[in-house]
Design a protein around this ligand. Structure first.
Ligand SMILES: Nc1nc2c(ncn2[C@@H]2O[C@H](COP(=O)(O)OP(=O)(O)OP(=O)(O)O)[C@@H](O)[C@H]2O)c(=O)[nH]1
Ligand SMILES: [Mg+2]
Length: 590
């Protein structure tokens, strides 16, 4: 990072620190600037509302330490969502020493409007005019000197993604952060006056009359949000993504990972362990039916990881191109019926990866009711990617129809659950206020970094609990504990759901991780009906432990418990109804 070294973790605060706050409209590149200044990896995507919480990092420069905070984007100083509250709280209560206010060169009027509101705080401000390359491609030219004069504070022009201007931002921030220099204060202007003033400034500083050039991507963007052309585009895009994740995942699994595992790894590890331990429980726990060293490697790495990697690959492309908000416009009509705005398609799609970012992402929703609906539906009926991998492993070789059936049930319950919750819960859903970003060609390096970051976090956060869960399965199966636990839930599992008693282990392990409610079924030689029932139960069943934790944190323990009771009840009810009705039809036919 050139002229400064970076320490990522913040410990206690020293006196000599400069506290810096990054502020600006959504999607203007604040997080890119944060990441370039600190060297820290944070989420960066091409849609408003990527950052929903704050990140802090330390910068050391010229012998001084700066603590910089990246917050969610805001349009004004009145919070309309819990994400915006975070930003405004940092500004109002944090009293930073200096503010870096990022302006969007392609949308200057709105940026300046916020700038004036920020300047009322009498805190030194460095203005950063970002996205200059995009402005340039649109034929927008801005007179920086004149903008400086109008704002009464320094303006640095940047192309953050290419690291252009970042060094200057750092220098200016240090200069202002140490001197008591205040931006000019605008006394008590009304909202309308601020808008008028912003408009007048934009007129003054634009060097050309902005007859904005329309690129091919802009034309395609228009096609994506027009319902009649946008709907077929959306279907093609989603089917293409599905093909990559499902088809690609299967190819990776069957052509590369399983052969390596079965032909090389398993014989090698079995030989090794058998040469040390000849028989007994320990041997079985390590390499037996649920062997930790066998299933604990096969399940997470060969069955789940390919889908995780491809899903995050596809998701990251959708995010960085800026396509997701376009999709939001097309699905707004449907989502509104289930109490969600079109813009919430982003957290919803994230739920197909993992429920945690989806629940956190719902912070951009403008009402508590909407947040609750998104979080409940994602927890109830949206399978995470690890669970999808497990469904494909269980049902894929057996019957494609069975997979389609499970996903149809999932869709039906998203719709049904949404309609019911929308009616049941008090509150309101605001009309959609969705900003459509320019479609961009993603930067390959940034994209790969982001995918790697996500896959790595999955490996760190998910693989260990999965291996541990396999260990518990092995222990429970080998010690006969399974039988005693099984007896308790046997009537439910055997009589009502029609599954073998051993399937209880899936229900026990499903508490730890969602895919573990499916994977143990692989060992049981089930009929197609049993597989489908097991999958449907697993689909709804329980939020995994970490999702439960997030629900408590974001809402309350009461809400988390209510959602869990609701999901477990739905799981057992729907699974049982499928089993009982198919069995009845079978009995009548034969
Ligand atoms: N071409 C170009 N793209 C940029 C530039 N700066 C940021 N971007 C892109 O703009 C998008 C938004 O960047 P972020 O850093 O996530 O924006 P943010 O202001 O943090 O957005 P929120 O967290 O949603 O408020 C990303 O796709 C970036 O890659 C720039 O100078 N030029
Ligand atoms: Mg951000």
């Amino acid at each position: 990072m050139g002229c400064h070294s970076v320490i990522n973790n913040i410990s206690n605060t020293e006196k000599e620190e400069i506290r810096i706050l990054l502020i600006g409209n959504p999607n203007v590149g604040k997080s890119v600037i944060f990441s370039k200044l600190t060297g820290m990896q944070v989420m960066i995507s091409n849609y408003p509302g990527t950052t929903v919480d704050y990140s802090q990092g330390k910068i050391k420069h010229l012998g001084k330490t700066g603590i910089i905070t990246d917050v969610p984007g805001i349009y004004s100083l009145e919070a309309t969502s819990s994400a915006e509250e975070v930003a405004i709280k940092f500004l109002e209560e944090g009293r930073p020493d200096v503010i870096i206010c990022v302006l969007d060169a392609t949308f200057l009027e709105r940026s300046i409007n916020l700038a004036f509101q920020v300047m009322e705080y009498e805190i030194p401000v460095v203005f950063v005019l970002n996205l200059l390359d995009i402005a340039d491609s649109k034929g927008i030219k801005i007179d920086i000197k004149s903008l400086e004069t109008e704002l009464g504070a320094p303006v640095i022009s940047t192309i953050a993604t290419r690291n252009i201007g970042i060094k200057e931002v750092l220098q200016k921030t240090w200069e202002l952060g140490q001197n008591d220099y205040y931006a000019r204060r605008e006394e008590g202007l009304s909202k309308e006056e601020i808008w008028d003033k912003s408009k007048a400034i934009v007129k003054k500083v634009h060097l050309n009359s902005v007859e904005s050039r329309v690129s091919k991507l802009d034309k395609f963007s228009d096609l994506c949000i027009n319902f009649y052309t946008g709907l077929p585009i959306a279907i093609v895009v989603l089917l293409f993504c599905l093909a990559i994740v499902v088809g690609g995942g299967k190819a990776l699994r069957t052509l590369i990972l399983l052969p390596i595992l079965n032909n090389w790894y398993v014989p090698l590890i079995s030989k090794l362990i058998e040469s040390i331990i000849s028989e007994g429980i320990i041997l079985n726990i390590l390499i037996g039916e649920y062997g930790m060293l066998i299933k604990g490697v096969e399940w997470p790495f060969a069955l789940i990881l390919p889908y995780v990697a491809l899903f995050y690959g596809v998701l990251s492309v959708l995010e960085d191109t800026g396509y997701l908000p376009h999709l939001g416009v097309i699905v707004d009509g449907i989502l509104r019926r289930i109490g969600i705005q079109g813009s919430s398609i982003v957290p919803f799609i994230m739920g197909y990866g993992c429920a945690i970012p989806a629940i956190l992402g719902s912070r951009v929703a403008t009402s508590q009711k909407e947040r609750l609906i998104i979080s409940t539906l994602v927890t109830l009926a949206v399978p995470c990617i690890a669970q999808t991998g497990a469904f494909i492993a269980l049902l894929g070789n057996h019957s494609m129809l069975a997979i389609i059936f499970v996903y149809l049930i999932s869709f039906c319950f998203i719709l049904l659950g949404g309609i019911v919750l929308n009616k049941m819960l008090d509150g309101f859903v605001n009309p959609m206020l969705l900003e459509i970003p320019y479609l961009l060609v993603p930067n390959a390096q940034a994209l790969l970094k982001k995918i790697w970051f996500r896959v790595r976090s999955f490996m760190i956060e998910a693989e260990l609990p999965m291996v541990l869960a396999v260990g518990i399965a092995a222990l429970v199966a080998e010690t006969g504990l399974l039988n005693s636990v099984g007896v308790l839930i046997q009537p439910l599992v055997v009589q009502w759901l029609g599954l073998p008693a051993e399937a209880s282990i899936a229900l026990i392990l499903g508490i730890v991780r969602r895919e573990m409610a499916v994977l143990p079924l692989l060992q049981l030689n089930l009929s197609t009906l049993q597989m489908v029932v097991g999958s449907v139960v697993a689909l709804f069943y329980l939020p995994c432990l970490s999702v439960f934790g997030i629900l408590v944190k974001e809402f309350s323990i009461k809400v988390a418990i209510q959602i869990s009771i609701f999901t477990i009840f739905t799981a057992i009810l729907v699974g049982g109804i499928i089993n009982q009705s198919v069995s009845l039809i079978n009995a009548l036919l034969h």
